[in-house]
Ligand binder design. Sequence first.
Ligand code: C6P
Length: 428
Amino acid sequence: MSLSTADDLLVLPESWRADFPILAGRASSGQPLIYLDNAASTQRPVPVINALRHLDENDYANVHRGIHTLSERSTEQYELAREKVRCFINAQHVHEIIFTSGTTASINTVARSWGDANVRDGDEILVTTMEHHSNLVPWQQLVARTGATLRHIPITDDGVLNLEALDELLTDRTKLLAVASVSNVLGTINPIPELISRARTVGAKVLVDAAQSVPHMPTDVLAWDADFVAFSGHKMVGPSGIGVLYGKEGLLDAMPPFLGGGSMINHVYVDRFTTAELPEKFEAGTPPIGPAIGLGAAVDYLQGVGLEKIHAHEKSLIRYACTQLREIEGLSMLGPSPEERAGLVSFTLNQPHAHDIAQLLDRDGIAVRAGHHCAQPLHDWLDITATTRASFYLYNTPKEVDALVESLGRVQSRFRPSGRKRRPRRRS
Ligand code: C6P
């Protein structure tokens, strides 16, 4: 396939793009909006917006509590959303799907509940150098509580995991491997099945931080044989405030509840309580009712489009983007070849600083993220303080990649020592 022009690329039907009302609007600069910050959070399509609105206008009440009709309707939709998520990631049982507030809350639940019950002084938790803080700090806290040790799988200069180091790092002291399926900075797609089968050789459990993969490619937790999987609704065209913790039934059953309060109990006496069954055991208090139902609508939407198609579209976009960005003098991309990466790319320019780049792109209506992307240890290892990141989704187009490249060209010419500083040209 030729990668030379935007027209050569697989483009998803415009009708899907038209499902996202915000994309028809303008950025604050008055330019047409080009939204390339999907690794941070994605936009919502009409069916998700309508599902939330329909709930609020017709069916909303608290769940699992009321005898009245509205509560029954809300409960039915809330539980239906759980079944949709089960099906989406191919979990065996619906009670293996725990609703949380996001990936961060899901990982903290495992660290607090499974971790405190199973990890002891002398044990080891294995993570990687490319983890998001959400899949690092909870383990740092766990080892501080227990006296266990945190170890890191290093990465190669190409931005992939150094699997040769695993032979030495995986030992019978390793209790858990916690790893991202896709790095939110490098875009690296990690070999989860291989990592899980190697962890099994020493009897370690595996938690997959799937925040950056579940929205973008098919997920089969049974095929992975993962023990725990965490992801967020707001990164998969769903609402914010909802996330998922998948855990194998046997593990979740044996884990003590993390948060105490309403819903997670079977019976409360003055001095003790008995615990509810799964999944309520891990859903203390009033859950995120609307966001969960919105997540169900998001799952329907993504399945309607097809995860294979979304993945193929992003693959061709990232190939095209890398080819075009490579042409920009002074631009360095982080991470592996397009073949080994998901649909995002972080880069630096000789100058200016990543924050200035993002600000100048914003003047052209282009939304990207700049900074350390909540992965400071990775940036320390790379010896850079900040990068600019463009991250794609089903609604992005090759023409938007062209606009990014043009805008970066204008940023560069503005900062060229001999060049005159010019205002970025407005797109029509
Ligand atoms: N990364 C980004 O711009 P929450 O915030 O709980 O929904 O997700 C946390 C999280 C965990 N793991 C990975 C790999 C992630 O990318 C994220 C969120 C966003 O990269 C916001 S920092």
